[in-house]
Design a protein around this ligand. Structure first.
Ligand code: CTP
Ligand code: CA
Length: 228
């Protein structure tokens, strides 16, 4: 009954969400990745669906169940994530980039497992920068007027300053900041919503709360932003 009476403020909206880490292969058995659990992105996908949105979730390698009613596309590397996201961006009203995309990938992929082979010197790896998926969707959005782009910023210090720098650099209307790595893989968190007007904590009292509650608050806030 409660669910039936509750408003679905994102009904008719289509959300595209990236979540989780990416994995950048060095050879067939090794790679570079990071500690993102994907929990925040999956919570947002669930909350958006509950709020009535059509949701597509592009996920890096994570150990999480797909939220009910959500279309999920699994990818591994940043390049694969970009390839999955770009054609989908045009069919969505909102893009929420929660993925912790690896900033660099090994410049070349070894076809076979790199062996020690009695070598005395450890190998070194040249890295190439990965494309910025959020900035690419944001550029596309400026041409077309959609999707509305939301970025995340996990920082270890000076949260508002770094979040604002990303807002300007990626030219998106909203960056959601959180302080890590204390929050990585944890179930509770608190956020700072940074836009052109200023910065607002979420929840408003700044108390850490579970990621699903945060995601629901965030989707209510997003619905307001889209309506205005
Ligand atoms: N992002 C992305 N593609 C990348 C890097 C980041 O889409 N190659 C997105 C993330 O999903 C997030 C936002 O950009 O929404 C900010 O990511 P972050 O790693 O904090 O920013 P960077 O620009 O990579 O800066 P740095 O890691 O140096 O702080
Ligand atoms: Ca980064």
């Amino acid at each position: 009954l409660v669910a039936a009476l509750s408003p679905r403020p994102l009904a008719g909206r289509r959300l595209l969400i990236t979540a989780g880490p990416t994995f950048e292969a060095i050879d067939p058995v090794r790679g570079i990745t990071n500690l993102s659990s994907g929990k925040m992105g999956f919570a947002i996908a669930r909350a958006a669906r509950e709020a009535g949105a059509e949701v597509t979730l592009v996920a890096g390698p994570v150990h999480l169940d797909t939220p009910r009613g959500v279309r999920r596309i699994d990818v591994r590397s940043a390049l694969q994530m970009l390839e999955a996201v770009m054609p989908l961006a045009d069919e969505h009203d909102v893009f929420v980039a929660t993925a912790a995309v690896a900033d660099w990938r090994p410049a070349s992929l070894s076809a076979h497992k790199i062996k020690k082979d009695g070598k005395k010197i450890a190998p070194t790896f040249e890295l190439s920068e990965n494309p910025d998926i959020l900035a690419a969707v944001s550029a596309r959005s400026r041409e077309r007027g959609a999707p509305y782009c939301v970025g995340f910023a996990a920082e270890s210090e000076q949260l508002e300053r770094h979040a604002r720098e990303k807002l300007l650099r990626k030219r998106v209307p909203l960056i959601i900041g959180n302080l890590g790595p204390a929050t990585f893989g944890r179930d509770d968190n608190s956020l700072l919503l940074v836009d052109a007007q200023g910065a607002t904590p979420l929840p408003v009292d700044g108390q850490a709360t579970d990621k699903l509650t945060l995601a629901r608050l965030l989707m209510a806030d997003l619905a307001d932003r889209l309506a205005s």
